[in-house]
Write a new protein. Structure first.
Length: 390
């Protein structure tokens, strides 16, 4: 039986010397004719030698039916995989951040009007956040490091969710748990929609009376979540335990020790860290290193000491998105840390402290450079705005 296979998209003409084990020979090319006889995979070198002895110069190989290890199919599949550049990942992370802010703003507004919270949109957002973390966590970290004073509540909610996912992944928690952590993080400050705006956005220290009113946001959260269906226990713990303390002196329920779940303890750490490293209407952002010192000072009475150390290891001494000063006086953004140790990330430099002016933007790979990180820098200590370089 003969069959012309030249036009089939899934076969290719291969010189016999180039044949490899596992290739599926659909036909042989002999004296201008394509003869289909005994098609099958090449199982040993003798089969190739036999073709050579018979004077066969070319055969037709069925790509789809060839074994993956012979190198044909992986090559085709690799061509189909779209590899995002860092700029593309950054743009995707930016769109996700804006989408998240819009959703949180919408739901907070609806909650203020007395409408029940619907969990499904947050679960969909959590899935996108998980995908972003799995594909290129560094890109999302850089975008989330861009903070504005007038959008603290929105950005804080999203960043807490992102940090919880990152922390949970570091602790090797299941993907389903990461999803629930993200939903809890996004909703953790939902009670603030009922707090007096004058107190919520006061540009200064709260009086004891104002602070007592602010603490009511957790009581309001309990009321809102009591009417919310479909919210998991893990998400509820994140929402309702992030102001509790191990010694029982937290709020709203004064939970103590083992009464705080793992996810509740994680949320306490993440909430404080993000609040300290954010720019607020009444304070400048702290460097991560300074925030870590405060977290450690709150152990073991307020925060879980072992978990705090795990969190510091997870985030890294110089987290992606934070500012550092190099040994040559240049300042830059910690840009890439994947598969690297904490002291040797890639730094995107843009400013010189020594000369007090902008420099040409450069990527410095500390694995390949004699330079080292001198110290972490808080944005407020610079005379320039780093945001255009993210």
């Amino acid at each position: 039986m003969t069959e012309s296979v030249n036009e089939k998209a899934d076969v290719m003409k291969v010189p016999v010397p180039n044949l490899a084990l596992g290739m599926y020979v659909a036909a042989i090319d002999h004296q201008g004719r394509v003869n289909v006889t005994n098609p099958g995979k090449i199982k040993d070198r003798q089969a190739i030698d036999k073709l050579v002895r018979n004077g066969i110069e070319y055969v037709w190989v069925d790509v789809e039916r060839s074994a993956p290890e012979c190198g044909l199919r992986p090559k085709q599949q690799a061509e189909k995989v779209v590899r995002l550049t860092r700029d593309q990942s950054q743009e995707k992370a930016k769109r996700l951040m804006n989408e998240a802010k819009d959703l949180v703003k919408k739901v907070f507004s609806e909650t203020f009007e007395g409408k029940a919270v619907k969990v499904e949109p947050f679960e969909a957002l959590a899935d996108k956040m998980l995908e972003s973390v799995m594909l290129d966590a560094d890109a999302f970290k850089c975008i989330s490091a861009l903070r504005s004073k007038d959008a603290y509540l929105l950005e804080h909610s999203i960043n807490v969710a992102f940090l919880l996912v990152t922390f949970g992944r570091y602790l090797k928690l299941k993907r389903s748990v990461l999803r629930e952590l993200a939903v809890g993080g996004i909703l953790h400050d939902i009670g603030k929609v009922r707090v007096n705006n004058r107190i919520l956005h006061k540009p200064g220290r709260l009086t004891p009376e104002e602070f007592e009113h602010m603490k009511l946001h957790q009581v309001y959260a309990q009321e809102i979540l009591a009417e919310t269906t479909g919210l998991s226990q893990i998400s509820r713990d994140v929402c309702l335990m992030h102001h509790e303390k191990l010694d029982g002196k937290g709020y709203p329920n004064g939970l103590k020790g083992e009464e705080l779940s793992l996810h509740g303890r994680m949320s306490c750490i993440v909430d404080i860290f993000d609040a300290l490293t954010a720019t607020r209407c009444y304070k400048e952002a702290m460097s991560p290193a300074a925030a870590f010192k405060i977290l450690l000072s709150l152990t073991p009475f307020y925060l879980d000491e072992k978990l705090v150390y795990e969190f510091i290891r997870c985030v890294g001494v110089y987290p992606v998105g934070s500012l550092v000063q190099l040994s040559d006086g240049r300042v830059g953004i910690v840009w890439e840390a994947k598969d690297r140790d904490a002291l040797h990330p890639v730094i995107k430099t843009f400013y010189s402290v020594k000369h007090k002016h902008y420099t040409e933007v450069a990527m410095v790979d500390l694995l390949k450079s004699d330079l080292h990180i001198e110290r972490g820098v808080s944005p407020s200590s610079l005379d320039v705005d780093p945001s255009p370089f993210y």
